[in-house]
Design a protein around this ligand. Structure first.
Ligand code: GMT
Length: 376
């Protein structure tokens, strides 16, 4: 049965927006009709699909409002689209404000409009600690028809933090394997001034405090003392100034390449030897999966959902939060031993195909949709 699905997400560059958009595209390829409802065009929606529509939420500013009423505009837009397009269900990414707006829209449209909410982390791991928001997050979760989270760790954390009375199912993230695979782009190394004998360590994030990018630089400082290496820092965000200062202080300016925000990350992973993610909060770590799909072993912190993505000793290594010496040592183990590197690269690919394959994950969501619509 082909469904009409409304997808509500943050369209900006970020894991949740990426997952929501990629899911929409793959569902459309399976014949479903997809309606994105969002404040701007999801950034990965970069070509025309005859069964994907985009509905823009615009917020008018009136002097009677101290703040622009985005949540109300979104709820109203969801209801308008759901009625006109006869949507079967809404798949919203994030409990606040999206699930709450969906609940409001459902009240305007009718009980037949089902809500699937996917938790991505920040609404639980950051906002869940804010007592002024915890009740509304709980409400959004409990009023949804089905709630999923992107890792078992996030499911656990949601129960512990919010004591919600709702079953939460784990549905892992995925990548489009047709895009994320190793490419023959070794010429890029030369263009970036990376010598053939130099190893490449990569970090990709939005440089928020929780990503602990200074730890990446400190670990790399230890790594490059032992082997010839370059660090690629991809992305931009609030911590950039701190990171730039640290790179200068440690005398690493010639060995750290700041690449800013980039698309076509698969090309950068294709010239990288190890990926580092040393965050203090990470419900999943989509960037790990992207790297693994390109055959790059990963070293990450033992927090949140990261241990569900990196299998310690197999697809990379796990280390304690803040333990930069341990991160450097484990990265060096992989970089110095080509056999171990090849083994981990192979296991990483296997893991992407066995545990996180897009076919498997999209089918899991489809089963959920059919279950709530057909009541089976
Ligand atoms: O990590 C971020 O700052 C972005 C955030 C988002 O809203 O996109 O990412 C969250 O969702 C991703 C997709 O499910 C996960 O891979 C990230 O681990 C998660 N971020 C955090 O939990 C901090």
């Amino acid at each position: 049965m082909k469904l009409k699905i409304g997808i509500v997400c943050y369209p900006t560059v970020g894991g949740s927006g990426v997952v929501a958009t990629e899911l929409g595209k793959l569902l459309a390829e399976r014949g479903h009709e997809i309606h994105f409802i969002s404040s701007s065009m999801p950034f990965r929606l970069n070509k025309v699909y005859s069964n994907i529509y985009y509905h823009e939420v615009s917020v008018n500013q009136y002097s009677v409002f101290q703040y622009p009423p985005y949540d109300l505009a979104l709820s109203s837009k969801i209801a308008e689209v759901a009625k006109r397009e006869k949507l079967d269900l809404l798949h919203v990414h994030y409990a606040v404000p999206h699930a709450v707006c969906a609940v409001l829209a459902k009240q305007m449209v009718g009980e037949h409009l089902k809500i699937v909410t996917t938790l991505h982390g920040t609404d639980i791991t950051v906002l869940g600690y804010d007592p002024s928001l915890s009740e509304i997050i709980k409400f959004g979760i409990e009023q949804s028809d089905v709630v999923t989270a992107v890792s078992n760790a996030l499911v656990q954390q949601t129960y512990e933090l919010l004591e919600v009375n709702k079953e939460i199912e784990t549905v892992y993230n995925f990548v489009d394997e047709r895009v994320y695979h190793k490419k023959d782009v070794q010429y890029l190394k030369e263009q970036y001034g990376i010598r053939p004998e130099e190893k490449v360590v990569i970090h990709v994030s939005n440089f928020r405090h929780v990503k602990r990018v200074p730890d990446i630089v400190k670990a790399f400082h230890l790594i490059q003392k032992e082997i010839q290496a370059k660090l690629l820092l991809v992305g931009d965000g609030p911590e950039m100034i701190v990171v730039c200062r640290l790179v200068k202080e440690l005398g690493l300016k010639d060995k750290v390449l700041f690449l800013g925000k980039q698309e076509n990350l698969e090309e950068l992973y294709s010239i990288s030897d190890v990926k580092l993610l040393l965050s203090e909060k990470e419900s999943f770590g989509l960037v790990l999966l992207e790297a693994m799909a390109c055959g790059v072993p990963c070293v990450g912190t033992k927090i949140g959902g990261i241990p569900e993505v990196i299998e310690d000793g197999k697809t990379g290594y796990l280390c304690e939060l803040g333990a930069v010496e341990e991160a450097a040592e484990k990265t060096l183990c992989i970089l110095k031993d080509s056999q171990l590197h090849a083994y981990m690269a192979g296991e990483a690919l296997k893991k992407v195909y066995e545990k996180f394959h897009s076919e498997r994950i999209v089918s899991q969501y489809e089963l959920i949709y059919h279950r709530i619509i057909e009541g089976v």
